[in-house]
Design a protein around this ligand. Structure first.
Ligand code: C2E
Ligand code: MG
Ligand code: MG
Ligand code: MG
Length: 287
């Protein structure tokens, strides 16, 4: 297996070399250059309030603008970025870029929306996340309540004391926290009352099986539990009107998925945002 080599990359035993490890080495090498050259772009996917139909949030999703391969999706490089430690620097770039973009949309009057950024375990393990977030908010002028960090369940059960201290400090800055891919990580729910989390994101594997009674019972239970804990619940991977209707029946608060829009480049997302805003402004309703 890969072994750390003085920060200089990864060394493999010859007998373990196979096409996968060649691919790993190639991408790891190219990724290091990409991170220093900032060869990445963010796409934004809207999050929709189910009851009002209003666009309430955006998840920032990173893509690698590879010089030869074109746009490379995170499924092909996030694991490598994590294993090589590059995800810390990449994550900082994503955070800054997402906040810069969100601040611009706000200035243009496209708000109010919450912009969500995915955080990897390593970013919290390094222990410098609070200062980094504080700096980015100050430098971009984005109000803290407009930023949400998405954490996975595995982050929350590793190193609980250190993670808890950092997340409490992040909450004190006024930012929001969400649990991503909820229901697919470790089954212990004990961490849920330790962490002050604002949103649960129901994993799309549950959403994709809507219609199966046992699966629907799980979705229902997640929504009930989230609400009992004072959290909002969002479903990811919503692809059909039938899924949306079922989630609305379950009192799920929000949804994200191809039914509404795929993740879009910033310019296209801004057009979508402006369209939703106009639609909303036309409707009479509570101020
Ligand atoms: P995620 O955070 O759970 O993001 C949702 C993924 O589901 C995205 O894939 C999105 O394009 C996809 N998706 C959204 N709606 C639908 C739908 O209706 N149907 C289907 N089948 N898929 C849908 P993407 O962009 O390829 O990202 C994959 C994962 O990579 C993300 O999962 C996240 O864990 C990770 N990732 C993305 N950007 C970042 C980042 O900046 N930092 C870190 N650490 N991880 C990231
Ligand atoms: Mg996410
Ligand atoms: Mg997710
Ligand atoms: Mg997911």
């Amino acid at each position: 297996k890969a072994k750390k080599d003085g920060g200089n990359g990864y060394r493999y035993c010859t007998e373990q070399l196979n096409s996968n490890s060649f691919e790993f080495l190639r991408l790891a090498h190219e990724l290091r250059d990409a991170v220093s050259l900032k060869q990445f772009v963010l796409h934004f996917q809207p999050q929709i309030d189910l009851a009002s139909g209003q666009l309430v949030g955006a998840e920032a999703l990173v893509r690698w603008s590879h010089p030869r391969d074109g746009l490379v999706y995170p499924g092909r490089f996030i694991d490598i970025a994590e294993q090589t430690g590059l995800v810390a620097e990449l994550g900082n770039w994503v955070l800054r870029e997402a906040c810069t973009q969100a601040a611009v949309w706000r200035t243009l009057g496209f708000g109010p929306i919450v912009t969500a950024v995915n955080v990897s375990a390593l970013q919290l393990r390094r222990g410098d996340m609070v200062g980094i977030v504080e700096n980015v908010l100050r430098q971009t002028g984005l109000p803290p309540h407009c930023l949400e960090l998405e954490l996975t369940e595995s982050i929350l059960i590793e190193n609980v004391e250190q993670t808890l201290a950092q997340l409490n400090q992040l909450k004190q800055l006024g930012i929001k926290l969400a649990i991503d891919d909820f229901g697919t990580g470790y089954s212990s729910l004990a961490y849920l009352n330790k962490f002050n989390v604002d949103r649960l994101k129901i994993d799309r594997s549950f959403v994709g099986q809507i219609g199966n009674p046992a699966n629907d019972a799980i979705i229902h239970a997640i929504v009930q539990m989230g609400h009992a804990l004072g959290q909002r619940v969002i479903a990811e991977g919503v692809e059909t009107a039938a899924m949306r209707a079922h989630l609305l029946d379950c009192h799920c608060d929000e949804a994200q998925g191809y039914l509404f829009a795929k993740p879009l480049p910033a310019a296209e997302f801004a057009k979508l945002l402006a369209g939703y805003r106009q639609e909303f402004d036309r409707q009479p309703g509570p101020a």
